[in-house]
Every structure is written in C-alpha cells, then in structure tokens.
Design a protein around this ligand. Structure first.
Ligand code: SF4
Length: 323
C-alpha cells in the first residue's frame, strides 16, 4: 500500500473511532455531486454580499433536493470564482505559470512559516489583495442570518442559532465545525468541556478567551452530534467568511478535520494538514486537532502545543512588523 493510501486509511480510522465514540453505529452518506460546468465570472462584491434566501430549507422531496443541489452549486461557484477572480487579478502582473495552481489542485502545504513568506505560495495562488473590504458590522451579519434561519436542514433540531463571539478586532480567530449540546443550550460556541480545554489552549499562548474571536462554520447543532454535511457547510460558510472580512484576523486556527475540510474546500485530512501554515484569502491558517479529540486522546495535546507555539511565533512576527 502506498504512503498516501496508508494516510487515508489512518484518517478514516480516526473518523470511524470518533463516530463510534459518539454512538453512531450506522451511516448513510449522500455524497455531493461535482459539477462540470465552467466557472462563471463573478464580481468581487458577490462574495461579500451574497446571502442565501432566509427560508430556503424545505422538507426533503425529490424536487426540493434537486433545487437544493442547484443552490449549493451556485454558492460553491461564487466562492470558487472569488478565488479565481483573485488569481485573475494576480495574473495581470508578470508571474510564472507554476505559481497559479489549477482549479482542482490539492492545497499546497508549506513546510515552515518562513517558506510561505511570499504570497505566491498561498493556498489558492496569489491572494495578496486578501480579504474584500467591507463596511458591514458583525451585528449586520447576525441580523442577516436571523434567529429563525432555515437555510439548511440543521434548523430542524437546533434550540438556537449560535453566533461567533469575541473581540471584533481580534488578531487570532478559532473556527470549529458546529455547536454541540452545551453550545446549543447556552447559545455560545465552545462552552462545554471542549470549550474549557480551548480556553486553556488560548491561555497557554498568553491570551484570554475575550482577546480572540471564536466561531463555527455551521451555527446550528447537527442532530445526534453528527458532523455537518458538505451542503450544510456550503450554505452557512459565507456568513463566516463575511465575519472574517470584518474581523480581519492575523491568524486563524481551524479546529479538527471537518472544519478544516469545509473551510479550505479540501479532502486532505487533518493529520496531514496540521502543524503547517496555509494562506486563506491572505490570512495565515493553522489547522490543528479539535479540543474534543484531545479529550478522547490526550496524547495528541503535544502536537497541538507545537502548533500553538507556531501560532504565537507568527502573531509575534506580524506584530513586530506592524510596529
Ligand atoms: S446552520 Fe447556518 S444556514 Fe443552517 S440553519 Fe443554522 S444558521 Fe442557517
């Protein structure tokens, strides 16, 4: 078996272990269909202002399922074209063709912080323009989402929509996959046992919870603690991206396999991605293990500590270059 296959098996084993621990004993997965349509030209503003219709979610019928798939494809196009439009702008300056990866290329993983100093080595090509400018506030975004959001099927079993919290000018942002049971009741992300461990991780790099910004890709608790599906993540993710544009963190820490894959649109597992900085719309992203996984396997804390040391170093480096 090749090394790549062994890694895939390792990722799969990790995920199955997790599912077994949370009581899942059978699985039925509706895999998303990849569209072969060519990307449409999309304005930079599309990304910033795109808001899915508020009550888009309908009961599962054949017709609604097909309509839902079209909406998901449309959102994927908007995000993908945003990336492509950034690459197109960067292509106007002379640059070698190797610096522009093809659309479906698996993200480049860098070896060290130093190796990604150049924007040419960013995740989706040259994103030196970074995040779009925005005049909206976090409360504008939360108002858009609404407390009765029904844009995806996660609305069916949730108690409440759980918005991101923290310093709106934070240098550091943490992103998880979705609220759990405690978060669903309290209406705040990362407040259960995993949240308490996250607080300790934050304190370990000399910050406090209120100094950072914390959110999830999906804002409603998936039933039976299952993982959010790709189409559910696609619907909710634009709101998180708008929040990132408002907060403009220097570093994002993305927690766990599902959040990492949904945020970065990649199928590469967390075991391979963690510990190395990626660039995402010009923001440095550090993938690492989810605190809930550390509660199940405390031996992985050492790796997370190594990742967080790199995050601290990167924040120090950026702060020093700002002053
Ligand atoms: S997860 Fe996001 S898109 Fe889905 S219902 Fe909740 S707030 Fe709306």
């Amino acid at each position: 078996m090749t090394y790549k296959k062994l890694e895939l098996v390792e990722d799969l084993r990790e995920q199955l272990k997790f599912l077994k621990e949370i009581g899942v004993d059978s699985l039925s997965v509706d895999l998303p269909v990849r569209t072969a349509e060519p990307p449409r030209e999309t304005a930079h503003d599309d990304f910033q202002t795109y808001v899915p219709a508020k009550n888009e979610f309908k009961a599962e019928t054949k017709q609604n399922r097909e309509a839902g798939r079209k909406d998901v494809r449309r959102r994927s196009e908007i995000l993908q074209n945003y990336k492509l439009s950034e690459r197109k702008q960067s292509a106007e300056s002379p640059k070698s063709p190797e610096s522009q990866p093809p659309k479906e290329k698996i993200p480049e993983v860098t070896d060290t912080i130093e190796k990604t100093e150049s924007p040419e080595e960013s995740l989706f090509g040259d994103l030196s323009r970074g995040l779009p400018d925005t005049n909206e506030s976090l409360s504008d975004i939360h108002k858009d989402i609404g407390s009765d959001c029904e844009r995806c099927r996660l609305c069916e079993k949730r108690t409440q929509v759980v918005h991101s919290v923290g310093d709106p000018q934070a240098d550091l942002m943490f992103i998880g996959e979705a609220p759990g049971a405690d978060e669903d009741v309290q209406g705040e992300p990362f407040v259960g046992r995993a949240g308490q461990l996250l607080n300790k991780i934050i304190e370990a790099i000399d910050l406090k919870r209120e100094d950072v910004f914390i959110g999830n890709i999906n804002r409603c608790r998936p039933p039976d603690n299952r993982r959010p599906l790709a189409d559910e993540a696609e619907v909710c993710k634009p709101f998180l991206l708008r929040e990132i544009s408002v907060v403009r963190p220097k570093v994002i820490v993305v927690l766990g396999n599902t959040a990492c894959q949904n945020l970065l649109d990649t199928k590469v597992g967390i075991t391979r991605l963690r510990g190395k900085f990626l660039d995402y719309f010009g923001v440095r992203v550090m993938p690492t293990f989810h605190p809930a996984y550390l509660l199940r396997d405390p031996r992985k804390k050492r790796e997370v500590w190594e990742d967080m040391k790199k995050v601290r170093e990167e924040l120090n480096r950026q702060n020093a270059s700002d002053s």
